[in-house]
Design a protein around this ligand. Structure first.
Ligand code: ATP
Ligand code: MG
Length: 308
């Protein structure tokens, strides 16, 4: 079943085409990562999906209900900069949210437990860490028991521990509801998303299951790490290898040389002898990461052509 169906979604702010004819389908139960650089149109898209902003053209349907039609779709929403009343505690805040939704028997403690805040339920929200506030934001989005959760950059401002806490919660929600979240942190999307969309300048440049995306564009890459004393030699080696027919591209970054190769077997045969005498730390074959794909796509290049 399709949880989110978007057709021709367009939003203009005067001359700025923030979104330009987006078509997108998100299957029920998916964790969908919506990736894009700053200013790509992510927040605009989420605001149109919630009905907080009106499109210039196009439609959004959530569980078959058209946003803006008067009927409320079953969504929970966490904006990019959530606001809280610092003087309330978490339980009071969720009670306030429940009242806004007209809920008579809201599952407040169960929701706090789900986001790991039950022990802090009586603490003033003003004293919460940023990570705790973000988890409370997630709790308020989950409270009305939505079937689709819309999250605008839920992890971007958090430290690694805070990010992991949120991503673990999203992982636990897998299959019980559909999660649509925007981010520009690719590693996070790579970790939890089943499906990925990439937006740039208001256009959807790619939508695919994560594994298919990685498999389609993954080209063999060899990484060579050397000890500090061998760094001066590495530039010469990069140049020498770059001229070989089995190497399609070299990237030198400090003590690391990345080689994109045409043929793995040939590279295996040729590479090791070329490294003889070098103070090596590590040689490994890796696949292209989502970051390689993202940078290539948002630079307007076709990664299939680009040997990423
Ligand atoms: N209310 C507005 N008035 C005018 N232009 C706007 C408005 N909101 C967004 N824009 C423009 O629309 C484009 C998309 O902005 P949007 O905030 O959706 O991007 P984003 O992908 O969320 O970026 P970020 O990663 O910085 O959050 C930008 O060019 C932005 O300047
Ligand atoms: Mg934004």
């Amino acid at each position: 079943m399709t949880a989110i169906e978007i057709r021709g979604l367009t939003k203009h702010f005067g001359p700025v085409k923030a979104l330009d004819g987006i078509d997108l389908d998100v299957p029920s139960g998916a964790i969908f990562g919506f990736l894009g650089p700053n200013g790509a149109g992510k927040t605009t898209m989420l605001r149109l999906m919630t009905g907080l902003a009106r499109p210039t053209a196009g439609t959004v349907r959530i569980d078959g209900i058209e946003v803006g039609s008067g009927q409320r779709p079953p969504i929970g929403y966490l904006p990019d900069t959530p606001m809280f009343y610092g003087w309330m505690n978490a339980r009071e805040f969720l009670r306030y949210i429940a009242d806004l939704h007209g809920m008579t028997d809201p599952p407040i403690d169960a929701t706090l437990e789900r986001v790991g805040l039950l022990d802090a339920a009586k603490k003033r929200v003003g004293g919460y860490s940023r990570g705790m506030k973000q988890r409370l934001g997630l709790a308020q989005a989950l409270l009305p028991q939505p079937s689709v959760l819309l999250l605008d950059e839920p992890v971007s401002a958090l430290d690694p521990a805070g990010r992991k806490a949120i991503l673990d919660i999203l992982n636990d929600l897998r299959d019980s509801l559909t999660v649509f979240f925007s981010t520009h942190i690719l590693g996070d999307a790579e970790r939890v998303c089943d499906e990925i969309g990439i937006i740039d300048h208001g256009h959807l440049v790619m939508q695919a299951p994560r594994d298919a995306l990685l498999a389609r564009y993954a080209r063999p890459i060899f990484e060579v790490d050397v000890l500090p004393e061998a760094v001066p030699q590495l530039a010469g080696l990069a140049e020498q290898l770059g001229a070989q027919p089995w190497v399609t591209r070299t990237d030198l970054d400090g003590a690391r040389l990345r080689l994109r190769v045409r043929d793995v077997d040939e590279a295996r045969r040729e590479l090791l002898p070329a490294l003889t005498g070098l103070a090596l730390l590590r040689v490994e074959m890796v696949g292209a990461t989502l970051e390689d794909i993202f940078l290539s796509l948002t630079n307007g290049q076709d990664p299939a052509e680009k040997d990423i």
